[in-house]
Design a protein around this ligand. Structure first.
Ligand code: NAD
Ligand code: UDP
Ligand code: UDP
Length: 314
């Protein structure tokens, strides 16, 4: 059945792919974005579609619309962007969650929160399961994002307990793919852009820290399954690819796939940079019958094609 679906942060990297999929499934999509990190180019191809509508709006302000479902993705996700205006980052997560939950309550919409593996901080257990409470610095430079997202989760669960909203919380682990911002400083976009330009590849620290990278199509599929899951399944549920790589391994793979002559250079490790991160996705497998299908090599190849095409117009 066709639904009216609100996607906040819909002009961003993940949001634009989600809007596209929801439209392809036959839904009407209202994309709300303040273009802080999102770009009109990400959604330009959807504008002529009568099922798609875009509204410039900041979710820290109230929003009165009529919808059946809400995907709340509005929030800058890369450290460079979320640390640019940290107070606004926390406001976006916290005030944004309050407004979207208030909206969901009024219109009785199901609401999904794009939470993050950052709620686990620099984790002491590995891989991370949903029942782990995390090790997060409350006063560091990543805190505006981590604590903002943790407070948003608190709000979701209190609206669920107090107002009986149908909430869905997904904890997203590092996701990559076409439409990542070329200058957002994330490791996958940095390495690909550097390799394509033949520039040095910047390894922070010794490059032994690990991450688990999920291709965007796999992530979007999981979000849609989560929204459609049984009413009493709230999550939080980890969504990510459990294959774990060190940053050195990632750099070597990017160099091999691009055939680049780039050399590795080592730079200081940013403060509070987590040493390791890998999702335990048992819960997603059980509840959503989901697991990633795109390998890192396959996903990187598609992402490289996107960045290679971007080059001439930059
Ligand atoms: P992104 O920066 O590309 O997208 C975020 C979007 O939100 C942008 O379009 C931005 O303009 C918009 N936005 C920011 N503040 C806003 C505000 N106050 N009002 C309205 N719009 C606002 O990042 P992304 O990678 O697409 O991430 C989307 C969501 O997924 C974020 O909530 C992020 O925290 C979460 N997430 C992403 C990853 C990842 O690896 N990409 C991992 C974990 C969680
Ligand atoms: N809100 C919104 N759109 C709506 C309904 C509410 O943006 O359709 C905002 C409203 O500004 C409020 C917040 O959501 O501050 C929380 O709403 P709720 O009804 O939970 O609380 P209250 O209005 O009692 O503060
Ligand atoms: N990183 C790196 N070189 C870069 C950008 C990032 O070595 O040019 C490292 C970074 O220190 C971190 C990992 O790659 O250990 C992932 O960083 P990203 O910012 O992509 O995501 P997050 O730290 O939020 O997982």
């Amino acid at each position: 059945m066709s639904k009216k679906i609100l996607v906040t942060g819909g002009a961003g990297f993940l949001g634009s792919h989600l809007c596209e999929r929801l439209i392809a499934l036959g839904h009407d999509v209202l994309c709300v974005d303040n273009y802080f990190t999102g770009r009109k180019e990400n959604i330009a191809h959807l504008l002529s579609n009568p099922r798609f509508e875009i509204m410039r709006h900041d979710v820290t302000f109230p929003l009165y619309v009529e919808v059946d479902e809400i995907y709340n993705l509005a929030c800058p996700a890369s450290p460079i962007h979320y640390q640019y205006d940290p107070v606004q980052t926390t406001k976006t997560s916290v005030h944004g969650a309050i407004n979207m939950l208030g909206l969901a309550k009024r219109v009785k919409a199901r609401i999904l929160q794009a939470s993050t593996s950052e709620v686990y901080g620099d984790p002491e257990i590995h891989p991370q399961t949903e029942d782990y409470w995390g090790k997060v610095n409350p006063i560091g430079i990543r805190s505006c994002y981590d604590e903002g997202k943790r407070c948003a989760e608190t709000l979701f669960f209190d609206y669920w307990r107090q107002h009986h909203l149908e909430i869905k919380v997904v904890r997203i682990f590092n996701t990559y793919g076409p439409r990542m911002h070329p200058n957002d400083g994330r490791v996958v976009s940095n390495f690909i852009v550097q390799a394509l330009r033949g520039e040095d590849i910047t390894i922070y620290g010794d490059g032994q820290q690990t991450r688990s990278f999920c291709y965007v199509d796999d992530l979007v599929e999981a979000m849609i399954r989560m929204m459609a899951s049984r009413a009493d399944f709230t999550g939080p549920v980890n969504i990510g690819n459990p294959s774990e790589f060190s940053m050195l391994q990632l750099a070597e793979l990017v160099i091999r796939l691009t055939g680049s002559q780039s050399k590795l250079i080592f730079k200081p490790l940013p403060q509070d940079d987590p040493k390791q991160r890998r999702p335990d996705i048992t819960l997603a497998q059980q509840e959503l019958n989901w697991q990633p299908t795109v390998s890192l090599e396959e996903g990187l190849t598609k992402t490289m094609a996107y960045f290679a095409n971007l080059q001439p117009t930059r």
